[in-house]
Design a protein around this ligand. Structure first.
Ligand code: SIN
Length: 519
């Protein structure tokens, strides 16, 4: 590794979804220089892009209702201070950043009033949206704004290998990261006064997911290796309704279809949700997911049905849900005419790198924002459409904290020679990578998925640890982007499985079945 490959910046932000972009933009507008990295070739390839339903805004009724609904959905595990902050600052951040700065137009009714939707666990209509592709519009607007910003330099195809952490006697200090530049096949060192992890979630660890291909849990693994504290990582949220089709693994069917009246039916055509929760089809996600899972076990079929056709006018489906309508049509399903096969998909990691109200982690100068972080808002189960708002609020707050502490910050950057690490790059062995990914996904889905058992978690930890050893051995004579992704994914799988094993109590989306309950 040559010294000229060292890049200095004020702030290093890793991840280009809404949280990373919001943080980078706020900093850049204060003339703080940002290096913004993504491992993807396309800067817009993020989990944000796939968010359909919308973003939580203001409720016409009592504003405190969002606090109540969030805590209730979180099964009592949410941190109240974080929830109150989200409820207070979320709407203001939407107004200041999305409406004013990015000049985004959300859907409005004929009178020009913002249209509000409702999803599972919400006691009022408060979700603003743009058709069924809210996240894609937000992502596009952010990238358009930051693309040519003089204080932001974007690096695509740059994969974080490890954080650079100096082990200080009193506290570990983050100095940046070692990064693999995939296009030029070289290792680069990014040194920064502050580093922000915004790498997203870990849905790709499971066989079926709504997530982007970049959601491989990399930020969790990297932070863990650096010694950062993690929290609530056992709470993996499954979205109740992913399109069930052999050729499709990640098409989400937004909960707002149920908010508009669509209903779940079993193979006998029965409306089953009334047997599981008083809110029926709008029950919190963890409950709806387990209800569907139960129905799948009872019928022996890997899916149930979501019927929009019988409850929502055709014109409304086509105008409000054009993305889903067209995507399903491609696979031979017309949702204006027939019920759609659906089943739960891995969707959101409620826990992550533990942060405070400013996005600060337990490592000095390291922040985490968005899905990779655990602010405490979501507790044991996230309330629908709270995630984009959380990303925005904490992205902004991390930037505020950074800008107020970075001035006069004179980091004794390490000598270049001390940074020389012997990373060797090698070609990817496709078969090895594919085999190990499918083993990881099978283990995670079978033992660390919707229903867990103490015995199953033990098996998962054993199998994943074995996988980790094989990957380590394979990486001995060199690394590449695929191996790094796989390594981080397996380590994150182990972290999740171990956290699940430690937590003996079922709560929210961590559902642990006692062996005595198994028939
Ligand atoms: C959905 O549209 O159902 C997903 C929204 C979310 O996960 O918050």
């Amino acid at each position: 590794m040559k010294a000229k490959e060292v890049i200095y910046s004020d702030v290093l932000v890793i991840g280009t979804g809404i949280a990373g972009c919001a943080c980078a933009l706020e900093l850049a507008e204060k003339k703080i220089g940002v290096c913004l990295l993504t491992s993807a070739r396309d800067v817009k390839e993020t989990n944000t892009k796939y968010a359909q339903g919308g973003i939580v805004y203001r409720c016409q009724k009592d504003p405190n209702l969002l606090i109540k609904d969030t805590i209730k959905a979180g099964a009592g595990r949410s941190k109240k201070k974080a929830v109150v902050l989200l409820a207070k600052e979320g709407p203001k951040a939407i107004e200041r950043v999305l409406f004013e700065k990015l000049r985004m137009d959300f859907d409005r009714d004929k009178k020009g009033k913002l249209e509000m939707r409702r999803e599972g666990g919400h006691s009022c209509f408060r979700i603003i949206h743009i058709k069924d592709e809210t996240g894609r519009f937000i992502e596009n607007a952010f990238i358009k704004k930051i693309k040519n910003h003089p204080f932001i330099k974007i690096y695509t195809d740059h994969t974080l290998i490890d954080l650079i952490v100096s082990k200080n006697k009193r506290k570990n200090v983050c100095l940046g990261g070692y990064v693999l530049d995939e296009k030029k096949k070289r290792i680069r060192v990014f040194l920064a006064k502050k580093t922000v992890l915004a790498t997203g979630g870990a849905g790709q660890l499971f066989l079926r997911t709504s997530n982007s291909k970049i959601a491989q849990g990399s930020g969790i693994a990297v932070a863990h290796r650096a010694g950062a504290h993690l929290e609530d990582v056992e709470f993996v949220q499954f979205h109740p309704t992913g399109f069930y089709h052999q050729q499709v693994s990640n098409l989400l069917i937004t909960e707002s279809l149920r908010g508009e009246g669509a209903k779940l039916k079993n193979h006998k055509g029965e409306l089953f949700m009334k047997n599981y929760h008083p809110l029926e089809d709008l029950a919190p996600r963890d409950i709806a997911t387990r209800a569907i899972y139960d129905q799948m076990l009872k019928s022996g079929k890997p899916y149930v049905f979501l019927d929009a056709a019988s409850y929502i006018p055709e014109s409304k489906i086509k105008s409000q849900f054009p993305h889903i309508y067209k995507a399903c049509l491609k696979y031979g399903f017309d949702i204006t005419k027939e019920a759609l096969p659906v089943s739960p998909v891995a969707h959101f990691l409620c826990g992550g790198v533990k942060v405070d109200l400013w996005g600060k982690t337990s490592i000095k100068n390291l922040y985490a924002v968005g899905e990779v972080s655990c602010t405490g808002v979501h507790g044991a189960n996230r309330l629908a459409s709270n995630s984009l708002s959380e990303c925005l609020v904490w992205g902004i707050r991390a930037a505020e904290n950074i800008s107020s502490t970075i001035k006069g910050h004179n980091l004794p950057f390490p000598k270049r020679t001390s940074l020389e690490k012997k990373y060797k790059i090698k070609k990817s062995g496709k078969k090895f990578i594919q085999d190990k990914w499918s083993q990881l996904r099978s283990v995670m889905s079978k033992y660390v998925g919707i229903i867990r058992t103490p015995e199953g978690l033990k098996i998962a930890i054993k199998k994943l640890t074995q996988l980790e050893r094989e990957i380590e051995k394979n990486s001995k004579n060199g690394i590449n982007k695929e191996l790094l992704g796989l390594r981080d994914a397996v380590q994150t799988g182990i972290i999740i499985a171990k956290a699940a094993e430690r937590n003996k109590k079922s709560q929210g989306c961590h559902f642990i079945l006692n062996p005595k309950q198994i028939k």
